[in-house]
Write a protein that binds this ligand. Structure first.
Ligand code: ADP
Ligand code: MG
Length: 569
């Protein structure tokens, strides 16, 4: 362990910038260790990577705040937000995330077990806190600014540790509330399946966001808090919040209808986000959907590699085999068909679809159109004829927003109407209407079993000239090896760290040999899930970049969008 960082920095003042390299290693500071993981080569290079290691005795968090994986994730989520607030805007960058409380590499709480053979010590010691961050090392031109560096490394970072990472300096009630809130959402989510529900939205929840680019809750008198309709009201007992009431969305096919601008998409987006836990004050703390809920949408232009879409697409003008369908440029309908089949392949249990982002011709085909265009001319089988079988035969539920067509009334188990942001149960009325014949006939009676695919690991290469390159571009894209993976249509990726995590996970699928050319993607994801459950983020944090631990569904989604992906014959 090195000592005397301040003297070393004063000594380096005015030296050429490259000499920052000499800082590498671990420095003993007052109460913590400052590790320089990677230096910064020049003033314009990416910031240096540092880690703050705070031993459990110094951090001082009581056991009940960290005695389960969920609580450790929540505590870390709280601490990293505090740390970022103390660090402020400036040369120190801490990946604190947004409204979602994710397992992230930027802050970890030791569990006393660890994943390595030497587990249980150092960062893994119970209650130890590790924060990983980026620091722009100060320079004057191409020279080291030793004074400024001393200010950042020897004063600002110790302040972060003292004010943000020690229990004694924090508002104990606020920490507790954060941890309790996240734990409640987690318990709520786990309680869904035993009750036959796919989602729950608590009374009083605030679903709308401030804007399309601001994920914080809408505030002000115009905001209508959620109020459950009698027919779907359920009660849930949570460990911290106690008894809460709200709308339970049952398994099966759920249709959300209502006029334009009445809050349909907002409700669906809340269910989309319900696979994640949210910070106190978010408004969606007690909105949860099952962990295997996946949003599906159209995405023309995407690549598709050997997906069996014949349930949706019977034949194509090109004569291509739709049971083994590949394209570099999918249409709206074929992209959505492929994404849906891929989601089921990767283990989705609930699908969310919004008319706003769906391909109409894949969703519906009404009686008149059936009469005008004969079946042998129309390759598409609309989802309306498959959605029931998806539940009946495959246990995959669907929640669908559809304000523009009544044909789904025939197949919906329950129909929720949004009216001025207030949901009501219109199932009975919808079923009455469905008894009046429309002249429409079903075009299919069952959704076939999905064909599982075995990806070729050689086609999933994260290296460029021998070195790993995995980097996110916001939530829009992932640089993976020499490729650009467009993930704009993968809507359940909350932040850039999550996208990076999906990239690291793809790399890990190959590096660990889970993808071996023989195993199916689903089998490989099972193995990776097992790894991640054991070692969580540690497996992903061997990298220097900030990341969050992704779900298997987004890992699969990113992989499926990799243009180099090849499936073994
Ligand atoms: P729809 O999908 O039915 O057309 P949206 O869900 O897109 O409607 O909502 C329309 C607008 O209403 C959006 O600007 C949204 O933020 C706002 N909104 C949605 N729910 C509420 C609510 N509960 N209170 C206030 N405004 C809301
Ligand atoms: Mg809408």
């Amino acid at each position: 362990m090195r000592t005397g960082l301040a003297e070393q920095l004063r000594h380096l003042d005015g030296a050429s910038y490259g000499r920052y390299k000499s800082l590498g290693g671990a420095w003993q500071m007052a109460g913590f260790t400052l590790e320089v993981v990677r230096g910064q080569a020049d003033p314009y290079a990416p910031p240096a990577r540092l880690a703050l290691h705070v031993p459990a005795e110094h951090a001082g968090f009581p056991g009940e705040l960290r005695d389960s994986a969920v609580r450790r994730r929540a505590l870390a989520g709280y601490l990293v937000r505090r740390a970022a607030a103390v660090a402020g805007r400036g040369p120190v960058h801490i990946d604190h995330g947004g409204q979602e409380v994710l397992d992230r590499s930027s802050c970890r709480i030791g569990d006393g077990i660890g994943i390595g053979s030497g587990g249980g010590s150092g960062d893994d010691a119970a209650g130890a806190v590790t924060v990983r961050l980026g620091v722009e090392l100060p320079g004057r031109g191409r020279r080291i600014d030793g004074r400024a560096a001393e200010e950042v490394l020897c004063r600002l970072l110790p302040r972060v540790v003292e004010r943000a990472l020690r229990y004694a300096s924090l508002d104990a009630a606020e920490v507790r509330r954060f941890v309790d809130t996240v734990e409640d959402t987690d318990v709520l989510r786990r309680s869904l399946e035993p009750r036959g529900l796919v989602a729950f939205v608590a009374d009083g929840a605030v679903l709308p966001r401030r804007s399309g680019v601001d994920d914080r809750p809408l505030a002000g008198p115009a905001t209508v808090p959620f109020a459950s309709p009698d027919a779907f009201r359920v009660e849930v007992d949570l460990p911290n919040a106690g008894r809460v009431t709200g709308m339970g969305v049952p398994e099966g096919v759920t249709l959300i209808v209502g006029g334009g601008f009445h809050g349909k998409s907002t409700l669906l987006r809340a269910l989309e986000a319900g696979v994640f836990d949210h910070v106190p004050g978010d408004g969606r703390e007690l909105v949860a959907s099952r962990g295997d809920t996946v949003k599906i949408r159209a995405e023309d232009g995407r690549r598709v590699e050997r997906v069996d879409v014949h349930a949706f697409v019977s034949h194509l003008p090109s004569g291509a085999d739709t049971a083994d369908f590949s394209t570099d440029n999918a249409s709206g309908s074929t992209s959505q068909a492929a994404s849906l089949v891929e989601a089921v392949e990767a283990g989705a249990g609930t699908l969310l679809i919004d008319e706003d982002t769906a391909a109409t011709n894949l969703m519906i085909r009404d009686a008149r159109m059936q009469a005008l265009v004969a079946k042998d001319r129309e390759p598409l089988t609309p989802f309306v004829d498959l959605v029931r079988s998806l539940h009946r035969d495959h246990e995959v539920s669907t929640v669908l927003v559809m304000g523009g067509s009544g044909d789904y009334m025939d197949v919906a188990d329950q129909v929720i109407m949004m009216d001025a942001y207030r949901p009501s149960d219109v199932t009975e009325r919808a079923h009455e209407l469905a008894r009046v014949p429309t002249g429409r006939h079903a075009e299919a009676d069952s959704f076939p079993p999905v064909t599982h695919r075995s990806p070729d690991p050689a086609s999933v290469d994260s290296r460029v000239r021998g070195r790993s390159r995995v980097k996110s571009r916001g939530t829009d894209a992932l640089a993976f090896g020499d490729q650009h993976v467009d993930v704009r249509a993968v809507e359940q990726m909350p932040d850039r760290g999550y996208v990076t995590g999906a990239g690291f996970a793809m790399e890990l699928l190959v590096r660990r040999g889970h993808l071996d050319g023989g195993r199916t993607l689903a089998e490989a994801l099972d193995l990776l899930d097992r790894d991640l459950a054991r070692g969580a983020a540690e497996l992903l944090t061997v990298h220097e970049d900030d990341c969050a631990v992704p779900r298997r569904h987004e890992i699969a989604a990113a992989l499926n969008r990799l243009r180099s992906l090849r499936i073994k014959r």
